[in-house]
Design a protein. Structure first.
Length: 192
């Protein structure tokens, strides 16, 4: 089997798109990794985090927030698409109509129902090793947020803790409990 390239990923994505298939494709060490849709809890956590980040970042024009469809070509030639990512404005003044050819400043991976924790954390750590300033692994099952930086031990946050990323978003704070999908009361679900 020959080694795959970013060009091969583009061809596979085009074929999937023409067939009406919605899969996320990554390239790791010349091999394609194809991921189906995420479970909706992981998807909702991703949407909530993107909304909280965007509400802080956009008015301050700090940079760009991307969802899992945004692909980045890493310095090691792999193509990765983190669940949530951020790139500072100074590093990406305009988004290209192609994959980003840089390591995002913030990378977030959210554990899906079928994911195992260790490979997910290894993936986040690899982003940090390649140059991400902060990497975050979110585990909805354990309701934990694990923060990786280039120096020091990972920081583990739980409900009751406040997520901050002062290296990138000075003053931004998010209670960890705000990441989890709410459970609506019966009264809240009554139609008006």
């Amino acid at each position: 089997m020959s080694t795959m390239t970013v060009k091969d990923v583009e061809q596979v994505q085009t074929a999937f798109s023409e067939a009406g298939l919605d899969y996320q494709i990554e390239l790791e060490g010349g091999r394609l990794s194809i991921m189906g849709p995420s479970d909706i809890v992981s998807s909702e956590i991703s949407s909530r985090l993107i909304a909280f980040l965007f509400a802080w970042i956009n008015p301050r024009r700090l940079g760009r927030v991307f969802d899992s469809a945004g692909g980045f070509i890493m310095p090691d030639s792999n193509l990765k698409a983190p669940d949530v990512s951020f790139v500072r404005a100074a590093r990406l003044r305009q988004s290209p109509r192609y994959f980003g050819q840089l390591v995002p400043d913030l990378v977030v991976e959210i554990k899906s129902q079928s994911d195992r924790t260790q490979p997910l954390e290894t993936k986040v750590l690899k982003f940090v090793e390649l140059g991400a300033i902060v990497g975050i692994a979110i585990d909805p099952d354990a309701e934990t947020v694990k923060i990786y930086r280039s120096a020091g031990e990972p920081q583990i946050l739980q409900n009751g803790d406040i997520l901050t990323v002062p290296e990138l978003f000075r003053g931004w704070e998010l209670p960890v409990s705000e990441l989890w999908p709410p459970i609506f009361t019966e009264e809240e679900t009554q139609e008006i």
